[in-house]
Ligand binder design. Structure first.
Ligand code: FES
Length: 694
């Protein structure tokens, strides 16, 4: 038993895995066969993977997605990204302390020729957009190669344990992301013209229209496509604040990878920065994994993600602090606490409002940037190129699936494999699915009849979603008009209590009231899918309304999970009539777990905050150069090394631009970094297909 691995989860099954030995700085440890080095280290409680050469500060994981280089370790003598490299039996893994020594020169190296292949379409990225495009191409027999850097298809879908929004017909609404990944993968198998390369990284698009790809970390192949589809997704943005490079500060996507893909419990108590859908969902996933969520800060007046996502975590007891920001992550070798504070209308911290919370992890969920370098490079090389999903525009995965489908059909047309134009409705649907959440309305007094069984809808914001309407055979729930965006309403009193709307609603925003037995004390059914999975008859629960306000206690009279329930448990409580329509969920986190532990006045030292993680360049160094008149990031790189690190400025470029904005320099005046050839780090030997003597 280890409290660092998830051994029980309401949604994910825990597979039996063979244990293998490996060595960490000479210490013999145990890993699960097939997992990446970073997860094996986390499972052994190791979060510090080395110390930076410049200032000796500790480093650990940040993106867990191969985009940054913070998680580097030395594996069998070679520096590698630990989040992308599988652990091997008896592997010798060492921390990177300063600059690693070069491996010793080896005699008798063998080099082999580089294979070149041709394909009609190269899809970079096997996530929701890439797979949806591939299905269109497969249907038309177009020779297509899908390249993905992970060991299974699905991209971010495989990290999503929650149900999807949208409509059932267009994007599997009501189905969990992990299940959608399997559905798409299965469909792909029907088409022989589609080929998939997993564990393969697209390194660069060369000016002779050839694309360099490394497979399984060692075989280099050149692919010559007629068309490229960039569906490489997005990378997480970081934030400048003191303590931002401490191990324990990482992206929300990294957390989902560790918890939902690798079944690692990376934290005991975490704090989330950012109230968009990514931050809200990550908080929910943490609760599902049995991790306390101490709080979430959002700089705006309301969480930017869907209200139903925010309310879902508020009901469970996660405080959401709007108009707040992170001031610092505190600790020596690892995060020990976080300090947050209120901000004014100009987003500046208000002195005296600082609060410090004990936590071991801070998740940064402040937005995503498209991975678009392949698109630009292919365009420059003169290859016909398309983009889809987050690589084109950051939006929900439901929208990525739809615009992937459009891209697939557009490519088929370019290749002469389809005569018909893309239906106009497809473009309209794609626009609809990426609609931002609408304004929030205050629920009005519900005067619906208190007889029979009736659903209550706790969804008070326009979002593109309607699976509750689709599954209701009695047509009790309907959407006025024909827009997916309108809020669902109750149309009749024909409800038979089938619970299908509770099972399918991604926001868990529907309850069912049964007045039949005792109208003064009706039974309310609630959907539940968090870690404390075994609520049973007789347990006491603390009831909450739709946005988490407490309504008193109740006793569970039934707790069921059935084959049809999509892993959602239905909890029934009998409550007084006057609160029945307001009950929307119940609290699981205790009040004392989420209050500040001590009030600390933090000296805010933004000039000391790190902007370039790889090279440990501070905001102060960048600011000084901006004030001296430097407007070219290449010049800045030459002076400070900011952007010269292993990630090739993928992490820091946005942060540097943020400082330009703070200094009120128009971004049109700024010259961006010249991207280094080869976007992804690769050992030099792969370019000549090197093989080492045994
Ligand atoms: S953060 Fe990697 S080069 Fe700056």
């Amino acid at each position: 038993m280890s409290d660092r691995r998830i051994e029980k989860h309401p949604i994910l099954s825990i597979p039996e895995t063979r244990k293998i030995p490996f060595y960490w700085n000479s210490q013999k440890l145990e890993a699960n066969e097939g997992e990446v080095i970073s997860s094996a280290l986390f499972a052994n409680g190791i979060h510090v993977f080395g110390h930076h050469v410049k200032d000796g500060s500790p480093q650990g994981i940040f993106c867990a997605n191969g985009q940054c280089a913070q998680c580097a370790v030395i594996a069998n003598g070679i520096p590698v990204k630990s989040c992308m490299t599988k652990i091997e039996e008896n592997m010798i893994v060492e921390s990177v302390e300063g600059i690693p020594e070069l491996p010793k020169a080896i005699d008798n190296l063998r080099f082999s020729d580089i294979k070149e292949i041709e394909t009609d379409v190269l899809i970079v990225g096997g996530g929701p957009a890439g797979l949806s495009a591939a299905l269109q191409l497969g249907e038309r027999g177009v020779k297509t190669l899908i390249v993905d850097d992970k060991d299974r298809l699905g991209g971010k879908l495989v990290l999503q344990t929650h149900k999807f929004f949208g409509s059932i017909d267009d994007c599997y609404a009501g189905t969990r992301g992990i299940d959608i990944a399997t559905i798409l993968e299965d469909k792909l198998k029907k088409y022989p013209s589609l080929k998939v390369w997993l564990n393969s990284i697209v390194l660069y698009v060369f000016s002779d229209k050839k694309v360099g790809i490394v497979t399984n970390g060692k075989n280099y192949v050149i692919v010559k496509p007629k068309v490229v589809l960039n569906a490489a997704g997005a990378r997480e943005r970081s934030l400048v604040f003191p303590g931002n490079t401490l191990p324990g500060v990482y992206g929300a996507g990294a957390f989902q990878t560790l918890a939902n893909r690798d079944l690692i419990k990376p934290a005991k108590r975490l704090f989330v920065v950012g109230g968009g859908n990514v931050g809200l969902i990550a908080a929910y996933h943490a609760l599902q994994a049995g991790i306390s969520v101490v709080g979430l800060v959002e700089a705006l007046d309301q969480a930017g993600g869907y209200q139903v996502h925010a309310n879902k975590i508020k009901r469970l007891g996660v405080p959401v602090y709007t108009r707040h920001t992170i001031l610092s992550a505190n600790g020596n070798e690892h995060v020990e606490s976080v300090t947050v504070g209120k901000i004014d209308d100009s987003f500046r911290p208000i002195a005296g409002t600082e609060k410090t919370y004990e936590c071991d992890t801070v998740l940064i969920a402040v937005g995503l940037s498209p991975v678009n370098e392949f698109f630009k490079q292919a365009e420059q090389a003169g290859i016909k190129v398309f983009a889809a999903g987050d690589a084109k525009e950051i939006a929900e995965a439901s929208s990525a699936m739809f615009n992937g489908k459009i891209a697939g059909l557009e490519i088929a047309r370019v290749l002469g494999k389809e005569d018909k134009p893309v239906p106009k409705e497809w473009y309209e649907k794609a626009d609809l699915l990426k609609s931002p959440p609408g304004p929030i309305t205050t629920p009005t007094d519900d005067s619906s009849p208190e007889t029979g069984i009736t659903p209550v809808i706790h969804c008070h914001q326009q979002i593109p979603c309607n699976p509750c309407v689709s599954v209701c055979k009695q047509q009790v729930i309907h959407i006025p008009g024909d827009s997916l965006l309108e809020k669902p309403e109750i149309a009749n009193n024909e409800c038979i209590g089938c619970n299908k709307c509770l099972f399918v609603c991604p926001g868990l925003a529907i309850s069912l009231i049964d007045y039949r037995e005792d109208p003064d004390n009706p039974v309310v059914s609630l959907a539940y899918e968090v870690y404390n999975y075994e609520y049973k008859e007789g347990d006491s629960v603390i009831l909450a309304d739709y946005e988490g306000n407490l309504l008193g206690e109740a006793i569970v009279i039934d707790a069921v999970i059935s084959k049809k329930s999509r892993k959602t448990q239905i909890i029934k409580v009998r409550v007084p009539n006057d609160i029945a329509k307001r009950v929307a969920g119940f609290r699981i986190q205790k009040e004392e777990d989420v209050i500040p532990t001590h009030k600390v006045l933090v000296d805010r030292v933004p000039d000391d905050a790190i902007v370039c993680f790889c090279e440990r360049v501070t905001a102060g160094e960048i600011r000084k150069l901006i004030r001296l008149g430097i407007r070219d990031l290449n010049q800045m790189k030459a002076i400070t090394r900011a952007g010269m690190g292993a990630c090739g400025s993928k992490t820091c470029e946005n942060l540097i631009l943020q400082i330009f904005k703070e200094e009120e320099v128009p971004l049109e005046e700024v010259t961006l970094n010249t991207m280094r050839p080869v976007f992804v780090e690769a050992p030099l030997g792969v370019f000549s297909n090197i093989s080492y003597p045994k």
